[in-house]
Design a protein around this ligand. Sequence first.
Ligand code: HEM
Length: 371
Amino acid sequence: MLDILGRNNIAAVHGPLHRHMRGAMLGLVGPVARRQSLLPKIDAFMRSHTSGWAGSVVDVQAKTKEMALLSTLRQIAGITAGPLSDALKAELYTLVLGTISLPINLPGTSYYQGFQARKKLVSILEQMITERRSSGDAHDDMLDVLLRSGDDGTRDKISDEQIIDLLIALIYSGYETMSTTSMMAVKYLSEHPLALEELRREHLDIRKGKSPDEAINYDDFKSMAFTPAVIFETLRLATVVNGLLRKTTKDVEMNGHVIPKGWRIYVYTREINYDPFMYPDLMTFNPWRWLEKNMELHPHFMLFGGGGRMCPGKEVGTVEITTFLHYFVTRYRWEEEGKNTILKFPRVEAPNGCISEFKITELLQQTFCRV
Ligand code: HEM
């Protein structure tokens, strides 16, 4: 992962460099950026991405993957669907597979191909940075913020190499997590009509006070209770991140055993998600369980990790999935075509391209516009 995601990759660096990179990342996706710049962009993107599906059979796996990539590329550098996003997509697929392979550097292995994909991604991003510098034009996107960071003296300058690794980390971290969770939420909702009904009610209520073109805003997100519950329950049952990596900085005693300083620890959070003591009737998709005791605040809530390395994209990722669901459930009714097999380990996916296809049958938009 270190080879393919880069030596400055936020998940691999420590101490002051980690604080520097994390500070830069939070500047891009933190509360101020979300309110002022990201929410309107995400809304506009999801509104257009999920339009025109009525009367067709939609491959939800492909659509959510495309959604996660294109939405992020738009935020990063204003890139819309076209040859550049296609080139980036092809490299990203190979890069993702490379990061979860054995590091055998021989032509033909996933690791080798992932490393080659990194080289191509770096070269595309370098070219974009050069073009930005030579044109000098201002842009309303993350790359612009990064290129100008440090200019006003409020924070350290960030090098080009660090910018590239930060952007790759941003694309990589949000890609599978957001797309898979969105796809699985649709799948679980299809199988649980009561949950779908409650979710749809929450979103139709939000639309009631709005004109058809009006975006959902920060206050709308704050008012939602059932939607985060659906997302957490989906993340619990279809675990995208199986565990967290840590390293002991001193000897640690645990239940009478000593874990020596310098050992690597893998916290297998997947096991927690399937713990029957914490989640009674654990295999049932039950979003209501999250409403009961404010479970998000419990110490065992680790869907987004914990401590100083907790996922900096938790809020923006949740906002993207929520906005996707908002337009999907308020616009369409659907039924699943055939029986789609989903693998849940080691990665959550619909195998053999035999993807979850959903026959979109009815457009609800007119209904809620008249309400
Ligand atoms: C449903 C969506 C997401 C889930 C479930 C998720 C989950 C996680 C988890 C479990 C970790 C490990 C945290 C730890 O070690 O304690 C993590 C780290 C990280 N995530 Fe996310 N993530 C999501 C979306 C995103 C998005 C959209 C971004 C991009 C902004 C992002 C960026 C990162 C980064 C950069 C790290 C490394 C943080 C560090 O080491 O300081 N994630 N994520």
